[in-house]
Structure formats: C-alpha cells, structure tokens
Design a protein around this ligand. Structure first.
Ligand code: NAD
Ligand code: ZN
Ligand code: ZN
Length: 389
C-alpha cells in the first residue's frame, strides 16, 4: 500500500510499504478514506520528538471503512464506516475505566522509553514515534486499529467525511481545552493559537456558553477565521498580549486561558536544550515571553490555565509566584478523545457545528510532502490539510 513516511527532519515521502494485517484478537483493518495533517505532526516533521525512525508511517487523524476484523472485535462489522481516535486505548484498564484513555496502561509496548523521558508512560498514539508505541499511522491506504471494538466510532453514511473526520482529534482536543478550563456561561476566555486546534477550542467555548473569546495569533487569515466564529482577536506581533488582555477585561484578565500553541519552533529549542541551563538562559534573554508564561500572568485571579498545546522535555521560567499567590489552576493533557466523541458527534448531527470550517486544502495522499510544507509555512492561507488515499 501507499503510506506517508517520516524520512528525517523536514522530510516525508510517500512510499510503498507492506499492507497491515490482523495481529491481535481485538484488531481491525481500516481502509482509509480521509486523513489529516495535525500540528502535532509538525513536531515530528520539525524533528522535536526523539525516537522517530526513518520510514515510520505518520498520521493520527483518520477514518475509513472496516475491511477486516479479528475474532475478538464485538460490535463492529466489515463494511462499517468508522472514525478512529488518535490515542490507542484498551477500554478496560484503570485509566480507561476512569475515562482517561490518553493514559491507557495497556497500549504502549515501549512504556519503558516513555518512563525514562516523562516519568510515567501515557497511552500509545498512532504514528507518533517509538516512545509512544511505534504504531504505524493513518496517512496511508490502510491501518491496523488495535482495540477496535473500544476505539473505532461508527458514523452514519449521511454525514460526509469532512464533517466527522476531526472527531479523531482536533474537535475533541479543542473541546477538552474548554472542559479542562471549566468554561461555562458568562466566562471570558483567551485562546493562544488560532490553528485548527485553537479554532475548535474557540468554537467549543461558545458551545459551552462562554460570553467572550479572545483569540491570539499573528496570522491574519487565521485570526479572521476566529472572528467568523465570534471571537475578538489580538495579533501578538502588534501588541503586548498581557497588557491588551488586561485592557479588554477591565484590568481583571480572562477568567480562563487556553494554550493551543505548544512547542512552536523557538519554544522547542528549550526542550532540545533541556539539560543545558546556559543555552536556555541565553534563549530566554532574546525571546518573546513564552505562551505559558503569558497565560499564567494574564489569567484572572482564581482562574484556570488549560494546556492542550503539546510540549516535550522541559519548559523553564514558569512564573510560580504568580501561579501560587493568585490561586490559579492548571490542567494539561493529550486528549481523552474516546470520552468526548459521542457527545461531539451529536453536536455535528444536530447541526450545532460543521467541523469542516477549518479545511482549506484537499490533496491526494501522494501530495503529502507538499501538504506538510504548506501547513508548516501556513502558506496559501493554509489552516488545515485533508489527504485522500
Ligand atoms: P498549528 O501549528 O497549525 O497552530 C499553532 C498556531 O499557534 C499557529 O497559528 C501559530 O501562528 C500560533 N502561535 C505561535 N506562537 C504563538 C504565540 N506566542 N501566541 C499565540 N499564537 C502563537 O497547530 P494546531 O494543529 O492548531 O495544533 C496546535 C497545538 O495543539 C500543537 O502543539 C499540537 O501538537 C497540539 N495538539 C494537542 C493535542 C492534544 O491532545 N492535547 C491534539 C492535537 C494537537
Ligand atoms: Zn493531532
Ligand atoms: Zn486502557
């Protein structure tokens, strides 16, 4: 089959690779109809995540048709149309039973590597390096889906791929950003990053009744898209973000702050030099304040900072004094996609939201290298790229 493979820093290649086969009783093979490129893929593309190997199949946002099932897969049949959540989760371990499927205790065969880097291991993810399981991803013609009876969400045929594909990741992730921040009626929320994840965080805040959402980015077309959803906007290259936020909120700051940026290039340098204090200090001297620092410093007293942007390694100079003295709360995590999928599918079905609003680029799978370049550079007003095998 054809598959998009990681071939080194800023390099991917669509290659011929072996078809996946059923390896375990609860596996299914899915013939992929749509798959997307995520901001998380850019961390791999940029070479920020260790434990990638040349030839690894990328992709964790995908959907398609079940073409084969193992003997232990209940509730799914060949021919079913499914959306696959990006964390691989068994559904029966302690973490899964508590709804924390991004922390599944049974899916990462390389937990030992993750423990060395992170202390404990989270769940494995599709197409996301060997420390997170080494599973081939879904930017391909077919994928093996472990624990398919628990993971794969059946969808009706009257909903187009473009309306349901993002249930695999960015819609639930944006929603979890709002959920972790306990966003509710009357809240004023600031969202850093108007990429696809930020857009779904903004939309989710409004779905949950937020009164105002302020989106922060520097890319015009992304800020315009946020405005169309109802957000006010700030260009972080034009204003001091904490000052502008204070001004817009009568000096109090936003009640809730969501980081939908994570380790952009300059931030990731901190992670890469995690153990080199001198290099970190030098970088801090010359850089704009880090999103996390801005979010903590800007947040209203007693507020919540919710981090859905992905980080690796260490992020230094956390403003602990501000955080402690002002009774702030911070939550962070990879999205427990399984937990949110059914409710968000209802929202799509009811017409409360059409998730395809973020799609700007549609390409055949074979154009994945061009898709990655365009999405990385935010060229050609790119917001989100969907690939079709
Ligand atoms: P993206 O790269 O398209 O968007 C990031 C946006 O942040 C860009 O528009 C960029 O201009 C903006 N930005 C950069 N620096 C900024 C700053 N200082 N202030 C405000 N905005 C800034 O990526 P995306 O697909 O939207 O993903 C965003 C983040 O979410 C990534 O880190 C990705 O890994 C993460 N993510 C997390 C999960 C999860 O489960 N927690 C799931 C999917 C994606
Ligand atoms: Zn993703
Ligand atoms: Zn589990």
């Amino acid at each position: 089959m054809r598959a998009n493979c990681w071939t080194g820093k800023r390099s991917v290649e669509v290659r011929e690779v072996p078809d996946p086969t059923i390896l375990n009783r609860r596996d299914a093979i899915v013939k992929i109809t749509s798959t997307a490129i995520c901001g998380s893929d850019l961390h791999l593309y940029n070479g920020f995540i260790p434990t990638m190997r040349e030839g690894d199949v990328l992709g964790h946002e995908f959907m398609g048709e079940v073409v084969e099932i193992g003997p232990g897969v209940d509730g799914l049949s060949v021919g079913d149309r499914v959306v696959v959540p990006f964390p691989i989760a068994c559904g029966v371990c302690g973490a899964c039973e508590r709804g924390m499927t991004a922390l599944c205790e049974n899916s990462n065969p390389n937990a030992g590597i993750a423990e060395k880097l992170l202390g404990h291991s989270p769940a494995a993810l599709f197409g996301y390096s060997h420390m997170l399981g080494g599973y081939p991803g879904g930017q391909a013609e077919y994928a093996r889906v472990p624990f398919a009876d628990f993971g794969a969400l059946k969808v009706e045929s009257d909903l187009s791929d473009e309306k349901v594909l993002f249930l695999s990741d960015i819609f639930p992730t944006g929603y979890m950003g709002a959920d972790m921040a306990e966003v509710g009626p009357g809240d004023v929320v600031a969202v850093w990053g108007a990429g696809p994840v930020g857009q779904f965080a903004i939309a989710s805040c409004f779905l949950r009744g937020a009164e105002r959402v302020i989106a922060i980015d520097r890319i015009d077309h992304r800020l315009r898209l946020a405005q169309e959803t109802g957000a006010e906007t700030l260009d972080f290259e034009q204003v001091s973000v904490p000052e502008a936020l204070a001004e817009m909120t009568g000096g109090r700051g936003p009640d809730k702050c969501i980081d939908a940026v994570g380790m952009e290039a300059h931030h990731a340098n901190h992670a890469l030099h995690a153990y080199d204090r001198a290099k970190q200090a030098a970088m801090l001297e010359t850089e704009r304040p880090h999103v996390l620092r801005e979010a903590v410093m800007s947040c209203a007293n007693g507020g919540i900072v919710s981090v859905i942007g992905v980080y690796g390694g260490f992020t230094d100079k956390f403003p602990m004094g501000s955080f402690m003295n002002r009774y702030l709360t911070m939550r962070a995590g990879q999205c427990h996609v399984h937990r949110y999928m059914p409710t968000l599918l209802d929202h799509v079905r009811n017409g409360d939201i059409d998730p395809s609003f973020v799609i700007t680029h549609r390409m055949p799978l074979d154009d994945a290298p061009k898709g990655y370049r365009t999405f990385l550079e935010k060229a050609d007003d790119c917001e989100k790229v969907v690939l079709t095998p």
